[in-house]
Design a binder for this molecule. Structure first.
Ligand code: HEC
Length: 447
């Protein structure tokens, strides 16, 4: 903030030395906005990645990105000022003269790296109050519930009796959690806003981080794992879905069919395809092996935030801003890429607020719908009728998941409390705060 203020003052004072441009405050935002789309680790045009200072300094095929102290000899300046062709940013309007000057001034002043130093502190997060719950999943044996915490995934006994694991990563926020079908792998997707997105692949039994990958400059959304465990898909704010090989943690490809943030994903029953949903309103079927776009699922209506699949069929329920959950067949009979509504099976009731979380019970009988409304609605998946309404939350519910036997529903959201309901009638069975609150804070405790 300070730096930006200084920049506003520069013209007034004629650009005095104390107001040198900062990499973090002045240069990085320009790179993120105008260059990163083509110069990132997954797609480095001409070998150049500008997502970190180090990679930018290292440069591309023709040499370092810049020569500290010598703007006129720096590749970046030569490309953005038009001395070298094609002019950068490629295919976009020329960079504003003031921004080119800013780049020059930063390089001439020594191209200093003032990127924030990573938090190396590995001490456990201290919770003074229950953190908002943004993701939760039951382990496939039904014994545990993995819940988002701050900079970690909290694994709790499902009966609320004990916190059993704290899976600490670097991402400040965890926005999605998923278990592999055999329960051996847990994946978490999230990130630190405006800095990086992170996918974590954990050995769920040992509580050991096996692979972690950082991508983009913002949090990731809607991570899912294939039923056969082979692949992980995650949505990003660069409008793409990134797909990883679970065993190696390697990114296989990213797919850019969406026109806005990708917020949810789910694999088909046979693991060979997946569907992604986006703020661009589309749900798209992708070939999981090649990343090829196959077809659109829905007619465009509203921003989509969430998706869940029938446990045994390629039928999905999608939902978002317009508050209606829509149940669709994943596939169309003919290879019709323009979606019509012939594959819409059912539209459920309008909710009292935008939808954030959907789940389909593993016995296929129920669909849970949660969001901004203070109650979770459970529908009979066969008839589409409301079968129960789980109350007790004071505000937004960002995560809802059925137990593996389909008999219970766990919810979490703004108030930081996990509530476990009988899925048949929404009787509250238990509730607890999964985060280990430090002493002296009001705990809230059991129901
Ligand atoms: C639409 C894609 C695209 C965007 C956006 C873009 N570039 Fe490029 N950039 C390329 C391509 C393609 C090349 C290779 C050009 C060639 O060799 O003909 C390249 C080459 C370069 C090179 C030379 C790297 C080397 O060592 O060969 C630099 C430096 C560069 N770009 C800087 C930038 C900067 C700075 C921005 C943002 C202001 C930017 N680019 C935006 C696509 C892009």
């Amino acid at each position: 903030m300070k730096r930006h203020l200084l920049w506003i003052l520069v013209p007034l004072f004629g650009g005095s030395a104390w107001a040198q441009p900062s990499f973090t405050a002045d240069i990085k935002p320009l790179l993120q906005k105008q260059c990163q789309g083509c110069h990132n680790p997954a797609g480095a045009s001409s070998g150049l990645d500008v997502t970190t200072y180090t990679a930018f300094a290292k440069g591309g095929k023709r040499g370092p990105g810049f020569v500290a102290g010598k703007a006129s000899e720096s590749l970046t300046i030569r490309y953005i000022a038009g001395a070298m062709k094609p002019r950068m940013p490629l295919g976009q309007p020329e960079m504003a003269a003031a921004d080119v000057d800013r780049f020059r001034a930063w390089i001439d002043a020594g191209a200093k790296d003032d990127s924030p130093v990573e938090v190396l502190d590995n001490s456990p997060t201290v919770y003074l109050q229950p953190p908002v719950i943004t993701a939760l999943r039951w382990s496939p044996d039904g014994q545990r519930i993995a819940v988002s915490g701050n900079r970690e995934v909290l694994v709790h006994m499902a009966d609320g009796s004990k916190l059993v694991q704290r899976l600490a990563g670097k991402a400040e926020r965890i926005l999605s959690i998923a278990y592999s079908a055999d329960g051996k792998t847990l994946i978490a997707g999230g990130g630190t806003p405006a800095q990086f997105g992170e996918v974590q692949i954990w050995d769920a039994g040992a509580g050991k981080l096996q692979h972690t990958a950082r991508l983009t400059n913002d949090t990731l959304f809607g991570a899912s794992i294939a039923p056969d465990g082979s692949r992980v898909a995650v949505g990003a704010t660069d409008n793409t879905v990134h797909v990883f090989e679970t065993a190696s943690g390697k990114e296989l490809y990213k797919i850019g069919n969406h026109e806005n943030w990708v917020l949810g994903s789910v694999f088909a029953v046979d693991s060979k395809r997946f569907v992604s949903v986006s703020k661009d309103r589309a749900a798209k079927v992708i070939d999981a092996a090649s990343g090829a776009f196959l077809e659109n699922v829905n007619v465009l209506r509203t921003e989509l935030t969430s998706i869940a699949r029938h446990p045994k069929k390629d039928v999905v329920v999608i939902g978002g801003e317009d508050r209606y959950p829509y149940v669709y067949n994943m596939d169309r009979p003919k290879n019709m890429k323009i979606a019509d509504d012939t594959t819409l099976i059912r539209k459920l009731d309008r909710q009292d607020g935008p939808i954030f979380s959907l789940d389909w019970s593993s016995d296929a009988t129920r669909i849970a719908v949660a969001g901004i409304a203070p109650s979770v609605n459970i529908y009979d998946a066969e008839t589409g009728k409301l079968s129960a309404q789980c109350k007790g939350h004071s505000a937004g519910i960002y995560a809802a998941a059925f137990s593996p036997d389909g008999k219970k529903l766990a919810t979490g959201g703004f108030d930081g409390k996990i509530r476990i309901y009988d899925a048949a009638n929404c009787t509250l069975l238990t509730s607890f705060i999964p985060a280990p609150l430090s002493a002296g804070t009001p705990a809230g405790g059991a129901k």
